[in-house]
Design a protein around this ligand. Structure first.
Ligand SMILES: CC(C)(COP(=O)(O)OP(=O)(O)OC[C@H]1O[C@@H](n2cnc3c(N)ncnc32)[C@H](O)[C@@H]1OP(=O)(O)O)[C@@H](O)C(=O)NCCC(=O)NCCS
Length: 181
């Protein structure tokens, strides 16, 4: 599957992406701000991850896309919508390689994924969480139209430390009002 935004293509991950994923997601600064990316990044983990994304895509419980720059076809990072069908709800998760930070790519990819989630998957709500220390991620959630809904105190335990998570979300009605503006 392929989705398009101004500068990006969001497409299903391919096994050929493994090397670039290992290189970008293997950076300590990506692992430290996310929950499920191991560090150091093990040999073969990218391939396993890509195969899992194909299975969850088929099952319809997690839509995981490669974020690819149209200009040069470079894979910049990944973005996913983890679905809870019963509640027509999804959680947005994402990372982008360090060389590509601060150029508006995740904001653009996030808006593309919200369009997919609300328009194509007919979701009612999309939420996202970040470590409270991750100000860039909070900013992305704000820029794509999500509202801060609260802080989950010491909600996760990672690398022998508890972390607070900030919770953001948006419902379909708010999204539709934003795009109609
Ligand atoms: C968070 C992340 C996805 C942002 O991606 P990006 O493509 O750089 O995001 P954008 O360029 O669209 O927007 C980043 C915004 O954060 C702001 N920002 C960056 N660092 C910041 C900081 N330390 N404090 C406050 N704002 C910050 C930028 O200025 C920009 O906002 P602006 O447009 O208002 O100036 C990226 O840094 C990343 O992948 N980090 C590691 C993994 C991660 O944190 N994933 C999310 C887990 S919840």
């Amino acid at each position: 599957m392929k989705l398009f935004t101004d500068h990006l293509m969001l497409r299903t991950l391919e096994l050929d992406d493994a090397e670039q994923i290992r290189e970008l997601a293997g950076d300590y600064d990506i692992a430290k701000s996310t929950l499920n990316i191991p560090h150091p990044y093990p040999e073969g983990a990218a391939e396993e991850f890509i195969k899992r994304t194909h299975e969850s895509f088929k099952e319809g419980n997690n839509y995981h896309f490669a974020i690819v720059r149209k200009l040069d076809d470079k894979l910049l990072g990944t973005i996913a919508l983890g679905i809870t069908p019963k509640h027509k709800r999804a959680e947005l998760a994402y990372w982008i390689g360090k060389p590509y930070w601060g150029q508006g790519y995740m904001t653009e990819a996030g808006i593309g994924m919200m369009k997919f989630g609300f328009d194509d998957l007919d979701l009612n709500r999309i939420c996202a969480h970040a470590f409270s220390t991750n100000l860039a991620s909070s900013r992305v959630m704000q820029k794509i139209g999500m509202t801060y809904e609260g802080t989950l105190v010491q909600h996760v335990y990672k690398w022998e430390q508890y972390y607070d998570l900030v919770a953001y979300g948006i419902v379909k009605q708010t999204y539709q009002e934003l795009v109609a503006r």
